[in-house]
Design a protein around this ligand. Structure first.
Ligand code: PAF
Length: 282
């Protein structure tokens, strides 16, 4: 096990390492992260390592994807611990740029992906996908890996990134990886660390509520009724506010009336000050 992970903090350093690997014909994978790593991130690294000779993880808490009232300041940061975890999962290089590298003075570009960014998260966090698409475009162009790995936990984010890479002809394969869950079904998330013991217990219900909704939709119940019933169950379970429970087209995230095409159920709900999201194939 590699216990100390090399780190680069600027684009020339990153590119010269990738170029050296390429010279030897090695396939390179990138796992973009904001740190606060958990098993979900590490499984992305392991998947990348199965498919690529070398794996880079990036660590950058991207200010542009947080609204002023959100948790940018209190977002957990511990590079030393993240670096050790990445090394243990088989990562070969940590790319940890600071804000001035990613957004130097005068930075004026914002990548907006229309349509797929608009509903759901786009409605409740209008700043979010612009920030994500901008930083991911930069990371992909800085590293130019063969493939980049993202969790399906942030399902809409994954669709936005796929659309962006396709539209901008960024020559990187975008790979979605299955959500990693706790033993009780709660989707792993860096934000789970904010939950009190009571909230943590309630949080696990979301997964079960979505499973029940899928069963109801598959058995022919009307989509709108299934969504409303799932939201009622979430409120009854103790979620303090429900932003949405929605069954949508699996690629475009637009509303559907039936399950004729692949669909996804997605939910966002609050427990006190913590916002949780989850989703599953219907
Ligand atoms: O999913 C995340 O952790 C972030 O949104 C990402 C993709 C690393 C961009 O900052």
């Amino acid at each position: 096990m590699n216990s100390s992970l090399p780190v680069v903090r600027d684009t020339p350093g990153l590119r010269s390492q990738v170029a050296a690997w390429r010279k030897h014909g090695l396939r390179v994978g990138l796992v973009p992260t904001m740190g606060a790593l958990h098993e979900g991130h590490l499984s992305l690294v392991r998947t990348a390592k199965e498919k690529c000779h070398r794996v880079i993880a990036s660590l950058f808490v991207n200010p542009r994807q947080f609204a002023p009232h959100e948790d940018f300041d209190r977002y957990p940061r511990d590079e030393a611990s993240d670096s050790g975890l990445l090394a243990g999962a088989g990562c070969d290089l940590l790319y940890a740029p600071d804000r001035a590298i990613m957004y130097p003075a005068g930075f004026a570009t914002n990548v907006i992906v229309s349509d797929v960014s608009t509903p759901l998260e786009g409605e409740f966090r209008p700043h979010f996908f612009g920030g994500v698409a901008t930083v991911v475009a930069k990371l992909l162009l800085q590293a130019l890996p063969d493939a980049a790995y993202f969790g399906e936990k942030d399902y809409q984010q994954l669709q936005v990134i796929k659309r962006m890479a396709r539209d901008l002809d960024i020559p990187v394969e975008i790979v979605g990886c299955a959500t990693v869950r706790e033993h009780d079904g709660l989707a792993m998330s860096s934000r789970n660390a904010y939950l009190s013991a009571d909230e943590r217990r309630i949080a696990a219900r979301l997964n079960h509520i979505l499973h029940d909704a899928i069963k109801a939709a598959r058995s022919g119940d009307a989509i709108m009724e299934v969504e409303a019933e799932a939201a009622r169950h979430a409120a009854a379970a103790g979620f303090t506010s429900i932003d949405y429970v929605a069954i949508r087209d699996a690629e475009t995230l637009q509303p559907v009336n039936d399950l004729a095409h692949p669909a996804r159920i997605l939910a966002a709900a609050w427990l006190g000050k913590t916002r949780l999201i989850d989703n599953m194939a219907v």
